[in-house]
Design a protein around this ligand. Structure first.
Ligand SMILES: [Zn+2]
Length: 421
């Protein structure tokens, strides 16, 4: 992988095509679902054009046809198969099999991510992440002797600290100030909460050399906040439980490189045709390494944008942006749907926000849920509504409600926009 990231684009594509032919040939023999689905395809002669005509595999296909999608056997060299279950960002979770090979690839890309971002492995690292129970709550969290797998197999590391992100923000800040980790990984919305809280308390987080994010899509505004406050770039990556690491942030730019040695990422319009660079579309992803539950043109449920070749010299394709889940699209009365930008940077100039969430109740009504510091005057409310309407591009009827703390969804993710349509 150290070499293949620099390969010419053609060589990389040829390698992917070969892996794809192998995967399809195997799936036709050992998966009854793909035997039917790929019946008109000759894997040995497959072109990328033909590949794009294979129907997309949806999450509901995977839920309903899992038994026939799974291969009846897996090559011995791929190691043991184990059940993977998504934690249910949609109402119904998805389950599938992973193999020893897919977890080895996961480890390899994990190391690649540390190397790309030049981490000092001898330093300490902290993670404030969600989990479904109350393990690792403040004030103590959990302390580990090292950074864990796979890093500890190759390097002597310092301690790693974990704190449950359900701990309240001021306790999180106190925990960080005590431990002073050099790296911090957390969810973008939680990081934003920490930045606001540290501003409020006038505390100094300059011991953190790099802020890393996970599990939610990062907005430009969130990147900007970290840059403004700490003078450093935020480092993000994109992964899913079904597919593992999908894209890592470039070491030199804020966009992402597809992990093309292990998967093929397509960005598609609603009609299935490929999007042009900088055009947002559905992410459809093929895992080249999973021979237990083959995911061929799997619609993962997120949106993204293809970017242009990267100046860093890596030929791994660029994803310019990755946008959250499909359900989080705003719908206008004329039927148009788009990714909302609410102008929260401007709203924060009007009042100090701790948390915000926009809920679309109908084609005409929005609710803005706010957790604020202090109180908001009627005139400020009016300005906030105007900024929202202006950014959304439609004069929605907006109601503002105030909350002590806004709740996460069942998956522990915090969504800044929820559509109830
Ligand atoms: Zn790059």
């Amino acid at each position: 992988m150290d070499e293949s990231q620099w390969w010419p684009e053609d060589k990389l594509k040829q390698g992917q095509l070969q892996q794809l032919r192998n995967l399809l040939a195997y799936s036709i023999v050992y998966s009854s679902f793909y035997k039917e689905r790929l019946k008109n395809i000759d894997p040995g002669k497959l072109s990328l054009e033909q590949f794009r005509e294979i129907p997309v595999l949806t999450r509901s296909d995977l839920q309903s046809s899992r038994a026939t999608i799974d291969c009846s056997q897996v090559p011995e060299s791929h190691g043991k198969s184990t059940e993977v279950m998504t934690s249910g960002s949609t109402a119904k979770p998805v389950s599938l099999l992973g193999t020893g090979l897919t977890s080895m690839i996961w480890n390899a890309i994990n190391l690649r991510e540390h190397l790309w971002h030049d981490r000092v492995i001898a330093a300490t690292t902290a993670a404030i992440r969600w989990r479904p129970d109350d393990v690792g709550m403040a004030p103590d969290g959990v302390t580990f002797d090292d950074w864990g797998m796979p890093v500890n197999q190759f390097y002597k590391t310092s301690a790693a600290y974990y704190l449950n992100s359900s701990s309240n923000i001021s306790d999180q800040l106190q925990w960080l100030e005590q431990l002073k980790p050099s790296y911090l990984m957390t969810h973008p919305s939680n990081l934003q909460g920490l930045v606001e809280e540290s501003k409020r308390q006038n505390s100094d987080l300059s011991f953190v050399k790099q802020f890393r994010t996970v599990g939610e899509s990062v907005s430009d505004a969130q990147r900007q906040i970290v840059e403004d406050e700490f003078g450093q770039e935020l480092v993000d990556f994109y992964s899913s439980q079904e597919l593992g690491y999908i894209a890592l942030q470039c070491p030199q730019q804020s966009h992402y490189h597809v992990q093309a040695e292990s998967l093929i990422v397509e960005v598609l319009r609603e009609d299935g045709s490929p999007c042009a660079p900088f055009e947002s579309g559905r992410l459809v992803i093929t895992s080249l390494r999973n021979y237990a539950t083959p995911l061929i043109r799997y619609e993962v449920g997120d949106y993204g944008e293809i970017g242009e070749p990267c100046a860093c010299g890596r030929s791994l394709p660029v994803l310019n942006k990755i946008n959250g889940r499909v359900r989080n699209m705003l719908q206008l009365p004329n039927g148009e749907r788009h990714w909302p930008n609410f102008g929260f940077r401007k709203i924060m100039d009007i009042t100090e926000l701790r948390q915000f969430q926009v809920v679309q109740h109908s084609l005409e009504t929005m609710e803005l849920k706010l957790a604020v510091v202090g109180s908001v005057e009627p005139q400020q409310e009016q300005s906030i509504k105007e900024i929202l309407q202006q950014h959304i591009g439609h004069p929605f009827e907006i109601e503002i409600s105030y909350h002590e703390e806004l709740q996460r969804n069942a998956n522990g993710k915090f969504e800044d926009f929820v559509s109830l349509i």
